[in-house]
Design a binder for this molecule. Structure first.
Ligand code: MN
Length: 352
């Protein structure tokens, strides 16, 4: 595992054409997980070595994980992480500092060391978008937990249970299956709440004739999953099935186009056109999908404003929805590996 991190850091150094006397500093916890193997502290990479600055309280655990490929520099409670980093860099005086994310305060402090401050998230995303086989396994496991949880939750979904209880059950089931946490706050949105894509679960109890949107995801070994199902109960099965059919049609259109090299926005456009043609254009109020990995929403974004093609070996969601304010909403979301073939990680036959 340590070798993987060393290789990733070397690739980043090469891609940025890092010169002797310059450095890269990483502070985002997902970037730290990707390049250091742990999600804490601040990583300083130069041409010769990588040093992780971290609080003393993390030392023992981090040491065991990162081995000997990283130098560690710890600080006690009297210091602050980025103050420490700024002091170290003030001594080294790098000619260029590449960074992922900095607060304005830290950016200004770095600006006193060099005027060559260069944000490098695009380059990092080029790397992080393409998942290796080990990452794929972890994402597939996170997706498997989500898929099996959705299956179990659908079996306890009946009139009388509240949105809150369903969300808590879902989170408990995921944790019991080995999820280290939930990938985001579980969404359970029934009745007219279903028209809000990010509705918070309420104490409302599910009724005999109802609609329930459930959106959940797990974290497994730091990698995330994301899936959504819309359940129609009682008479609503007939009343609103046309909305679900519409999103399924849009989803299939997207799947027909989903492949490496395809412009992400063209896939969004094609799926959106299906919903526009059916008269629901104004009710599809978000992008078609997004990448998933160490972050729950990451590039590539299948949206009208994302200009890049879909890279090979990425993992994306496809999640068309229709949201009619104050009335009803539906969404259907699965995760896909985009390799030579497109493979679903979450599909199961939930309509009996
Ligand atoms: Mn999603």
């Amino acid at each position: 595992m340590e070798d993987v991190m060393v290789r990733r850091r070397d690739i980043l150094i090469n891609k940025l054409e890092l010169q002797e006397g310059s450095c890269i500093i990483l502070t985002d916890s997902s970037n730290l997980l990707y390049f250091a193997g742990v999600g804490v502290g601040c990583l300083i990479i130069d041409c010769d070595e990588a040093t992780l600055i971290l609080p003393k309280l993390e030392e023992e655990e981090v040491k065991a994980k990162v081995g000997s490929t990283l130098s560690l520099e710890v600080y006690g409670p009297e210091d602050r992480l980025m103050d420490r980093v700024v002091r170290i860099l003030s001594e080294v005086k790098p000619s260029t500092i590449f960074f992922d994310k900095l607060s304005v305060r830290d950016y200004e402090a770095m600006g006193k060391i060099t005027s060559n401050l260069r944000e490098c998230m695009d380059t990092i995303w080029e790397m992080r978008m393409k998942k290796d086989s080990y990452e794929m396994k972890l994402i597939a496991r996170a997706a498997e937990i989500a898929r099996r949880t959705m299956d179990k939750v659908s079996s306890i979904l009946e009139p009388g249970i509240s949105e809150w209880e369903l969300a808590v059950e879902a989170e408990y089931i995921m944790r019991k299956m080995g999820a280290e946490s939930v990938a985001f706050q579980t969404i359970v949105a029934s009745s007219s709440s279903s028209s809000k894509p990010h509705a918070k679960p309420s104490y409302r109890r599910i009724e005999e004739n109802d609609i329930v949107v459930i959106d959940l995801g797990a974290v497994y070994e730091s990698y995330r999953s994301d899936m959504t199902r819309t359940f129609l109960l009682g008479d609503f099965k007939h009343k609103y099935s046309y909305l679900l059919e519409a999103v399924h049609k849009a989803k299939n259109e997207a799947l027909n186009l989903l492949r490496p090299g395809m412009l992400a926005r063209e896939i969004d456009k094609a799926a959106r056109k299906i919903l526009v043609d059916l008269g629901y254009g104004e009710y599809f109020i978000h992008g078609l999908g997004h990448g998933v990995g160490l972050d729950i929403h990451e590039p590539p974004y299948l949206s009208p404003i994302y200009e890049k093609p879909i890279p090979e070996d990425c993992v994306v969601t496809i999640e068309p929805g229709i949201y009619i304010p104050g009335m009803v909403g539906v969404r259907d979301e699965d995760m896909y590996v985009v390799g030579e073939e497109v493979q679903s990680l979450t599909s199961f036959n939930y309509l009996e």
